[in-house]
Design a protein around this ligand. Structure first.
Ligand code: AMP
Ligand code: MN
Length: 272
């Protein structure tokens, strides 16, 4: 789940309160390229009596594209992870400047300032730009803002030099966490390319895959479970919650992990 530490709409403690209200017993805050919300989330979780693991969603370069790698149960103070995260954040901030400049060139000169305000509590992402474009009346909704301005090939697109899958998985493992290949059907990769991406992730030391995520459906559950079996990966599920105004991505309403797969949280149950 995401908070105002990256591109979510709720403060970390409010994400946790919402999860507790929804009956969630185990969660992870997984903001994009930052661990800044983790301490507040864990403190709130303790007061609600639920288990909140330190998490992060790292953007990673794969071939000419980007995949998201979630790190679960990481040590949020681990040096190598923190150095990697600092590098990703520099990239995010520089990209935000470039996107702001590009949008100004097509006449949207107020967007950079709106994004600076909206992302003041954390690291900027394209979702902040999408919201600012909608608020300023340049797009009718967030998907429209992405399609028209922020996707590759569009006037507000700026590339980012994310760290490689190998680096990102290495940081997570160094910090004692479990690396999870996030929402595998969202990259619009062919089946062969997706298998190759998961293969690279496994070769780097990755050990789990999301078999269900917010917005994913039966297709995702079937395809991702098949990848889990093929590569011997553990299974994770997550809502990818960002925004209470998107009720179709609700907290705690995901399909169960198929019975033949090992859930990532089994090790925590065993340890408890
Ligand atoms: P970033 O990591 O800053 O490049 O932003 C990526 C995030 O933007 C993803 O995690 C999604 O939440 C969101 N996103 C990407 N593409 C779209 C889209 N077409 N429509 C809506 N949200 C999108
Ligand atoms: Mn993601």
């Amino acid at each position: 789940m995401h908070s105002t530490a990256s591109d979510g709409r709720l403060a970390p403690a409010d994400v946790v309160a919402r999860a507790a209200d929804a009956g969630v017993e185990l969660m992870a805050l997984t903001d994009h390229d930052t661990l800044a919300g983790v301490a507040a989330a864990r403190m709130a979780a303790a007061s609600h009596g639920i288990d909140c693991r330190a998490g992060i969603e790292l953007s990673a370069r794969w071939a000419r594209g980007v995949v998201h790698i979630v790190g679960l149960d990481v040590d949020p103070e681990h040096d190598r992870l923190c150095e990697g995260v600092a590098r990703q954040q520099r990239e995010r901030r520089q990209r935000a400047e470039r996107i702001g400049e590009r949008l100004a060139r097509i006449g949207f000169d107020d967007i950079a300032a709106r994004v600076a305000t909206a992302s003041a509590d954390g690291v900027p992402g394209r979702a902040h730009f999408a919201r600012a474009l909608v608020e300023a009346g340049h797009a009718r909704d967030i998907p429209h803002a992405f399609d028209r301005y922020l996707q590759r090939g569009r006037p507000g697109y700026a590339p980012v030099d994310w760290a490689s899958i190998e680096h990102v998985v290495g940081w997570i493992q160094a910090a004692g966490g479990i690396a999870v290949f996030a929402h595998p059907l969202r990259y619009r990769l062919s089946r062969g390319a997706l298998r190759a991406a998961v293969q690279s992730f496994v070769a780097a030391g990755g050990s789990a895959i999301e078999v269900a995520s917010g917005g994913g459906g039966r297709d995702e559950l079937a395809a991702a479970s098949a990848l889990a079996r093929r590569f011997g990966l553990e299974a994770s599920i997550g809502s990818d919650f960002h925004d209470p105004d998107f009720p179709w991505i609700a907290i705690g309403r995901l399909p169960a992990v198929p019975g033949d797969l090992t859930p990532v949280w089994q090790r925590w149950r065993e340890a408890a």
